[in-house]
Design a protein around this ligand. Sequence first.
Ligand SMILES: O=C(O)CCC(=O)C(=O)O
Ligand SMILES: [Fe+2]
Length: 239
Amino acid sequence: MTMRVEDTPAIAASALARQIDDHGFAVIPDYVGRADLDEAQAFVRKNVAAAGNNYTMFSGSEQLDGTFLRDLGRSDDFVNLCRGIYKAGTHRNPPNVEFYQILRCLSGTGAAEHSMRFHYDSYVLTALIPILMPVNGQRGNLIVLPNNRTIRKYYISNLCDKMLIENSWSQKIYRRAYANRQGKMVSIAMRPGSLYFFWGYRSLHTNEPCDPNEIRSTALFHYADPHADSSLKRFLRKP
Ligand SMILES: O=C(O)CCC(=O)C(=O)O
Ligand SMILES: [Fe+2]
């Protein structure tokens, strides 16, 4: 069989989807070029300093001017890659929707508040690019309990999952399980500039604590909310 050039992205996407299924995550090493990464790191350092060396975050891409993160979520290569992984992993048609993008910057006293909070994402696929990771003290690894639930058919089931998990009692149990290295949780030491994928909706996850004197910054692109059309969801979200 001869392989056409245009087949390659689909093959790459299905190999990545398989890796996520089998190992809980997949990675494309050094996805971001050095100059782009330098700019994004400078942006994060400047904004963490402006926040008093404390936690800050950006939602969407509008405020990310001067960094590659401003346009990545609209670039054909990146969008097609995410859609391809989604399609290969779910056997569903990838919806024509934008990413829910955030840039998290953990530092100072705010770092602890935003760490070790186990959750499921509202979106099927999570693409994550670490911008800066601590090099001293606690490193803030990504912790993933791979694929421990299915995509719920009904939004109400998703809400029940959320209630069962996002309470202090369950959080304590998950933290203890992680501390004792119980079960199938994987701890991923991420490298700035590489691109990581996991099934955020299906995998319980969080980040380890990180040193308050360091900066841990991650860019997240969340793709495809399975309950986007739920009338219950719309009703509950009404102002
Ligand atoms: O920053 C990370 O490593 C993960 C963050 C995350 O899971 C989220 O924002 O939904
Ligand atoms: Fe998440």
